[in-house]
Design a protein around this ligand. Structure first.
Ligand SMILES: [Zn+2]
Length: 183
């Protein structure tokens, strides 16, 4: 899970994964990229998906009926670890595309399972908090929202277009990036 550090979550994009991402930033193709709704048990998977560059929605405690309604309305792929939910009529009829995550997996193993099931590759990292797209911001613009020590050593900052949180490349991200390289 990302470490919250005052002004924002630490984020970065070094490593081979990020290198591949740099060559795959064609925004015109955004619509083809799958987006997800994660069930109430899969908050950790949602964060990993965002780190891997996918828009994954998750609401703590959301009930199945509401989850199905939102998945139908959004057209997002439903990810669930609930075998009962996976038998829902909207899924069986194909109105909702869904992936049933096998039990007993760690969050990262869940990510690997989804990535293999849907042939996902790492993309530009998204906001770990909400899944929004990140845009670079001038260093001065980040100053009020970043701890002074971080501001001193870091020169690149990003803001989520959706929730406005500020991110930077920190040590936590290096660990995330290394894990994603092994995806
Ligand atoms: Zn956000």
């Amino acid at each position: 899970m990302p470490r919250r550090s005052r002004g924002g979550l630490e984020l970065g994009s070094t490593g081979a994964c990020a290198g591949r991402l740099a060559m795959a930033t064609d925004e015109a193709k955004t619509d083809e990229v799958p987006a997800f709704w994660c069930d109430a048990m899969l908050g950790g998977l949602a964060r990993w998906l965002r780190a891997a560059g996918y828009d994954a929605a998750w609401v703590e405690g959301i009930d199945d009926a509401e989850l199905v309604r939102r998945a139908l309305a959004s057209g997002r792929i439903l990810l669930t670890a609930d075998t009962e939910l996976a038998r829902h009529g909207a899924i069986r009829s194909g109105r909702i595309r869904a992936v049933l995550i096998p039990a007993g997996k760690t969050k990262f193993e869940q990510l690997r399972y989804v990535a293999q099931a849907l042939s996902l590759t790492c993309r530009q990292p998204r906001c770990m908090a909400c899944g929004g797209r990140l845009r670079p911001i001038p260093k001065d613009a980040a100053r009020p929202e970043v701890p002074p020590r971080t501001f001193n050593w870091c020169d690149e900052f990003f803001r989520c277009r959706r929730c406005a949180k500020v991110f930077w490349r920190g040590t936590h991200w290096h660990r995330i990036s290394a894990r994603l390289d092994a995806l």
